[in-house]
Ligand binder design. Structure first.
Ligand SMILES: NC(=O)c1ccc[n+]([C@@H]2O[C@H](COP(=O)([O-])OP(=O)(O)OC[C@H]3O[C@@H](n4cnc5c(N)ncnc54)[C@H](O)[C@@H]3O)[C@@H](O)[C@H]2O)c1
Ligand SMILES: [Fe+2]
Length: 388
């Protein structure tokens, strides 16, 4: 392998990782944006109901900001949510957007920051590099340890009834990300498990990304996988373990940095139709197809999987192929131990649905292009059938 391949790497310029940091949101924001007066917080009704929005919002008000909350984000946000949030931003004459929630809220916050001051419409910016001009200042505060959206240049929207589409643009990198595990203490075990596995998938797929694999993403992916695999069960078994929660947030963020520069591939391509059509949470959708995509890809990248197995299962021995297989087994065990469904049948997907899923997965050309092994429609169908 070329030890110094050509590559470029981008990430968010300011990152604060400290329990309690969200209670000082106003101080962090005013230090960096002294001229901003009006702030829109973008969140969802589930997170709002925890009451955890109050302290960061109060801290912004204490720092002199006029704060409005938009709490209408739906999971896997459909286009109308982005439009509603945009309307709220314009009415408030927003000067800065704060995404406070999981990937869904942070993705909507990104799009609001980009579109609020732009003549472009949402429809015009789907795809890679289609955003023109600048955006409003943007601060991201994750409340799940999963998507890494706080440091990625990607936003995912559900278009029509079922299809998930991505917007990828440099402007979607936030100005500041704040990682505060106090916000994640109340996450139910099933959400902790699914979002944590999503983050691990980001690390694994970044490490084997076909065209943009690079040494910085590799290092971040390895560190992310170490943090996530050592803390996921701890965080699921004892939700109030602040240390494990902060480690999960850090791991998810590092994985986000990795995959925004070495993009994810077939696991996500096959997971999106499961989320889009059957409304299965994103992390769980990934987890359901993961072992089978890893086995399919192992024909091409057993060496990389064996390297990652050494992180997830530290005392693993045996041939390269055996160690690669150990990674699939270990990832499946995370689902088993944390009590997540392990088969498509368990989430209500049947053999008669597989054609629809396979057809839809093939539309994810942006992601499939990153897969280490070319994947046909027949391969996608076989993988779904294995996952039944
Ligand atoms: N932009 C990216 O880089 C990127 C990467 C991966 C996934 N995504 C997208 O992110 C979305 C998924 O995000 P997610 O997995 O974080 O879930 P989510 O944002 O959809 O939230 C899931 C649920 O968890 C609840 N929740 C969130 N934080 C909570 C907390 N601290 N306590 C209690 N409940 C809480 C929410 O109310 C919601 O009901 C999908 O739309 C996916 O496509 C984006
Ligand atoms: Fe993901």
């Amino acid at each position: 392998m070329n030890p110094a391949p050509a590559f470029s790497f981008n990430t968010v310029p300011n990152i604060v990782s400290a329990p309690g940091a969200a209670r000082e949101l106003g101080i962090h924001v005013s230090a960096r944006f002294p001229d901003v007066r009006r702030v829109l917080i973008v969140t969802d009704p589930g997170f709002l109901s925890t009451g955890l929005v109050d302290a960061p919002a109060a801290s912004l008000r204490d720092a002199g900001f006029h704060v409005k909350q938009f709490s209408g984000v739906l999971a896997d946000p459909p286009e109308h949510v982005v439009e509603d949030a945009l309307e709220a931003a314009r009415q408030h004459e927003t000067g800065l957007v704060v995404g406070l929630g999981g990937g869904s809220s942070m993705d909507v916050a990104k799009l609001v920051a980009v579109l609020a001051a732009s003549p472009q419409s949402l429809a015009e910016i789907y795809g890679i590099g289609n955003v023109r001009g600048s955006r409003l200042p943007l601060v991201q505060v994750p409340t799940t340890a999963g998507t890494g959206s706080e440091v990625t240049n990607i936003a995912i929207v559900t278009t029509g009834a079922t299809t998930k589409m991505g917007i990828v643009a440099t402007q979607l990198f936030a100005d500041l990300a704040i990682l505060d595990a106090e916000l994640t203490l109340g996450l139910p075990p099933a959400v902790t498990a699914a979002t944590g596995i999503d983050a691990m998938v980001h690390a694994i797929e970044a490490y084997t990304s076909r065209h943009k694999k690079n040494p910085m993403s590799d290092g971040l992916a390895r560190q992310a996988l170490a943090l996530l695999s050592r803390n996921l069960i701890r965080a699921c078994e004892n939700g109030s373990d602040l240390e494990a929660r902060q480690a999960m947030l850090l791991g998810a963020m590092l994985a986000g940095q990795a995959f925004s520069n070495a993009p994810v591939a077939a696991v996500h391509a096959l997971a999106y139709p499961i989320g889009g059509i059957f409304h299965i949470p994103h992390g769980l959708s990934n987890s359901l197809v993961l072992p089978y995509v890893l086995r399919f890809n192992a024909a091409t990248c057993a060496q990389q999987y064996a390297e990652l197995a050494g992180i997830v299962v530290p005392h693993i021995e045996g041939s390269m192929e055996a160690r690669a297989e150990a990674l699939s087994v270990a990832m499946q065990q995370f689902a088993t131990i944390t009590g997540l469904p392990r088969t498509l049948s368990q989430v209500g997907i049947h053999a008669t649905d597989l054609d629809l899923l396979a057809d839809d997965a093939m539309k994810q050309t942006r992601l499939l292009a990153n897969n280490p092994r070319p994947l046909s429609r027949e391969d996608a169908f076989d993988i779904y059938r294995s996952a039944l």
